[in-house]
Design a protein around this ligand. Structure first.
Ligand code: SAM
Ligand code: SF4
Ligand code: SF4
Length: 371
């Protein structure tokens, strides 16, 4: 018998698939647009709230110490539960899945989940784009297994090339060489194209912008500079610590004549990074301007937390409890209707409203919801 709670959700009706303005994904015309006419396209799945780093902008050690109340393991969604939800969401328009965390490579047997998600097909029969964001610490040892299981590519976070600055930022004594080795192995096994994410924080790693840009120029890796964001409520964010993407581009352009950048067309509408390429053919970089150039109007992302809360925005202060549904007798049809309802009701645009004091209080932490 379907769960009573979900009799309030309208059943999804079969709907016409149409080509979306948001890239090559096909979306269902009537059911799967939110209140701001955005289709569902991406699913980010957090597989653990634990991490082996304590990045100062994400899991400051003073807060995420030994007594921090991490989720008990029994609260984690199982791989079967994750795959069941993912399958229903792929039927609703998701074409891209990113595994994240916490540090996703800390989740035991992650390659098993990768293998299960690899089986999913979009309504038009295409495989999904399956990717993962990692701090790189365990990448060298896991890359081959992940590739064999069907992962397409990885994004690796690296905030500095200087070991002292990097260690100060990750606050867990991990060296740059460790991450660079992970990158090389991932590249060798074919987990590409590989992107490298650098969060830029004023007073902390601004002087690393040029060394990072030089290091990754003419390499197979695409460096992306991310504006420091006010996610969660533990990192003590202030606007003064944000270095805008424009300032990053100007800084690189002014560094010397071999580092001149020009803008490049987006790959698809809704792409989070703005692309720039070196005039001399040395490859491209990206900037993610979540603070100074909000892209909510194109945001097609849904996030699933480790314990099965579904969030329609990175800055939300509450989620929708899918675990309860998954662990009750609810059938796929009713869960599918609940998912459609959640997306249809979505009206989030936190970054566009930032500064107007209308955003939610007690926002969820990045390490919990995933980047
Ligand atoms: N542990 C993995 C990692 O670091 O790549 C995956 C999870 S992490 C939360 C995902 C991404 O979020 C990372 O690239 C990280 O740099 C970014 N991030 C975390 N806190 C941030 C903040 N306050 N502002 C901007 N980006 C942030
Ligand atoms: Fe861990 Fe990633 Fe957060 Fe750093 S950014 S503390 S590596 S979850
Ligand atoms: Fe999407 Fe929310 Fe970020 Fe806007 S603030 S881009 S709606 S996640």
């Amino acid at each position: 018998m379907p769960n009573r709670i979900f009799s309030i959700f309208p059943q999804s009706s079969p709907s016409e698939l149409v080509q979306s303005q948001f890239g090559d994904q096909q979306v269902a015309k009537s059911v799967f647009l939110d209140t701001l006419q955005r289709p569902l396209g991406d699913l980010r799945i957090s597989v653990t709230d634990r991490c082996n780093f304590r990045c100062v902008y994400c899991m400051p050690r003073e807060v995420f110490g030994p007594n921090y109340p991490y989720l008990p393991h029994r609260a984690f969604l199982t791989f079967e539960e994750i795959a069941r939800l993912a399958k229903l969401l792929v039927a609703h328009g998701v074409t891209k899945i990113r595994l994240t965390g916490g540090e996703p490579l800390l989740r035991k047997n992650l390659e098993k989940l990768v293998g299960m998600l690899r089986q999913l097909k979009t309504p038009v029969g295409s495989p999904i784009d399956l990717t993962l964001t990692t701090n790189g610490a365990l990448l060298a040892q896991k890359a081959q297994q992940l590739k064999d299981a069907g992962l397409n590519r990885v994004t690796v976070s690296l905030d500095a090339l200087d070991d002292t600055i990097f260690k100060r930022m990750n606050d867990a004594d991990f060296s740059v060489a460790h991450v660079l080795n992970g990158l090389e192995v991932a590249h060798k096994v074919g987990l590409g194209p590989i992107k490298v994410n650098m969060v830029v924080k004023a007073g902390v790693n601004r002087e690393q912008i040029i060394p990072m840009a030089r290091h990754f120029k003419n390499s197979p890796f695409i460096l992306r500079f991310i504006e420091y964001m006010d996610v969660g409520s533990t990192n003590g964010w202030t606007m003064n610590e944000v270095i805008s993407s424009q300032a990053v581009i100007d800084h690189i352009n002014q560094s010397d004549h071999t580092m001149q950048l020009v803008p490049v067309e987006a790959n698809y509408s809704g792409e989070t990074a703005q692309r720039w390429k070196y005039v001399d053919g040395g490859g491209e970089i990206g900037v993610i301007s979540s603070v100074t150039h909000a892209f909510c109007h194109e945001c097609t992302r849904l996030r699933l937390s480790t314990e099965g809360q579904l969030f329609t925005c990175l800055f939300a202060n509450h989620g929708h409890n899918m675990r309860e549904l998954l662990r009750s007798n609810t059938d796929d049809e009713s869960i599918s209707a609940a998912l459609a309802h959640i997306w249809k009701m979505r009206s989030d645009r936190y970054s566009e409203l930032r500064g107007q004091q209308t955003g939610p209080k007690n926002k969820v932490e990045m390490s919990y919801i995933g980047g």
